[in-house]
Design a protein around this ligand. Structure first.
Ligand code: ADP
Ligand SMILES: O=C(O)[C@@H](O)C(=O)COP(=O)(O)O
Length: 416
């Protein structure tokens, strides 16, 4: 195994796995730490649901995953975080990165969430979403991980307990791997053993990938953009691109718990195009109504080739009202629980092609469906592949909140 990967959520894991596959690696993605041996692979991606977990839990789960990966031969560890650096105010990214760095005895850890193909870039340590600073983007309204600071050196430093964070700016990255390495060595002399790396395009990520390979750095903390450049830098033999998945026939459905701006637009576009949709009123989940039964009764006669949508997706104002009534984390968990029960119910009714929108929502649904591994298939949009969920035998796509084009919910099912 060339690369052992730990992803802090499930959509992030398929995003990473998809980019590694596009870059030519043979990848196996597992849900949690595998219970049995995995087939030969250049990379194993372990999907955790740790992004919003309490810090201690996230650290422990990530260390367990790292131990498993090292025991199974991983030469390097890739800690996959969100391209918008999503983390709660308590902040898991820093403590997990620190614990992994200590475990791997990493002299220096490069950190970058950049994914230029989806408009996420880092300049002077600041994260941009398209042309906006992270803190001006819709991510400031995320229900669980509102991001209100764009300076990633600040965000990361606030989360670290024992290490210091510094910056490797574009000036050094643009001059190539030797300059990047020199700047990293300088940071280390200042006691800064973690560095946010400016990455304004895929070329910057290729420079970082070459430096990681040349310096033998054992740990990287990154979004999925780096994965497009890393396999070549590590000298991985290129294998056939998208894997073909087993054919799956059966009804189509979408379950959406993401409240991100793009998912809101995708839900609106699906309904505007005549798609059948059932809204989950999160406030009613609190007062003993069996919305799960209602949703399944609604869906049953409508299931077929055309997808039906069940969604809790709502505007920031609605989410705020729900959170005031239930509490932030409790609201999130209650909606996730209802949607995962609906996903299981839909599969019971014959759904075999399923899109789930939202990282936390995907984690809840994929776990409830008893998924152990995901085979990565063709990409629908950057960062969102179709997968084959095993052992259930489902065709499933886990869509990150802000990924995908507006017509994603129809387009996905047009891809064979
Ligand atoms: N109407 C709602 N009110 C409050 N919380 C909601 C509502 N709909 C969904 N949620 C919660 O918001 C969170 C969205 O996170 P996630 O699924 O990771 O989406 P994204 O990929 O957009 O970040 C989940 O915990 C989900 O249960
Ligand atoms: O890096 C990314 O943006 C995604 O892979 C990801 O992790 C997104 O998380 P969600 O928006 O919570 O799905």
């Amino acid at each position: 195994m060339i690369l052992g990967c730990i992803a802090d959520d499930f959509t992030g894991a398929t995003d990473l796995a998809s980019n590694l596959v596009l870059a030519g690696m043979r990848v196996v993605q597992t849900i949690g730490i595998p219970a049995k041996a995995v087939p030969d692979a250049d990379a194993v991606v372990i999907a955790l649901k740790s992004r919003t977990a309490p810090v201690g839990e996230a650290v422990e789960a990530s260390l367990q995953a790292a131990r498993w990966l090292k025991e199974h031969g991983a030469q390097r560890i890739y800690f996959k975080v969100c391209s918008t650096f999503d983390s709660t105010p308590q902040g898991n990214i820093g403590p997990v990165a620190e614990a992994l760095a200590d475990f791997l005895e990493a002299p220096f850890v490069p950190v970058t969430p950049a994914f230029p193909a989806n408009g996420r870039t880092v300049f002077q340590g600041h994260l941009f979403v398209g042309q906006q600073l992270l803190s001006d983007s819709s991510m400031r309204h995320h229900p669980l991980t509102p991001m209100t600071e764009s300076n990633l050196v600040t965000v990361l430093q606030d989360q670290l307990q024992n290490r210091q964070a510094g910056l490797i700016a574009h000036h050094d990255v643009s001059r190539g791997p030797a300059a990047l390495q020199q700047r990293a060595a300088h940071l280390v002399t200042q006691g800064q053993t973690m560095g946010i790396v400016d990455t304004v395009d895929q070329a910057s990520l290729a420079v970082l990938a070459s430096t990681i390979a040349a310096q033998n750095w054992p740990l990287m903390v990154a979004g999925s953009g780096l994965a497009l450049s890393l396999p070549a830098a590590l000298g991985c033999e290129v294998h056939a691109h998208a894997q073909s998945l087993p054919e799956v026939h059966g009804a189509a459905a979408i379950v959406s718990g993401s409240c991100s701006a793009m998912t809101n637009a995708q839900v609106a576009a699906f309904i505007a195009a005549g798609g059948e949709a059932f809204p989950i009123d999160a406030l009613r989940l609190g007062d003993g109504h069996s919305l799960v039964e209602e949703a399944l009764t609604w869906a049953a006669p409508r299931l077929g080739h055309q997808p039906v949508l069940v969604y809790a997706t709502a505007s920031p104002e609605t989410v705020r009202t729900v959170q005031q009534a239930m509490g932030e984390m409790a609201a999130g968990e209650r909606v996730e629980q209802a949607l995962s029960q609906i996903a299981v119910g839909l599969v019971g009714l014959g759904v075999r092609r399923l899109v789930v929108a939202g990282g936390e929502t995907s984690g809840a649904c994929v776990k409830a469906l008893g998924t152990e591994t995901l085979r990565i298939g063709p990409q629908i949009d950057p960062g969102v592949p179709w997968c084959h969920a095993e052992p259930a035998g489902l065709k499933i796509a886990l869509k990150s909140g802000n990924f995908g084009s507006t017509d994603f919910f129809h387009k996905a099912f047009d891809i064979p």
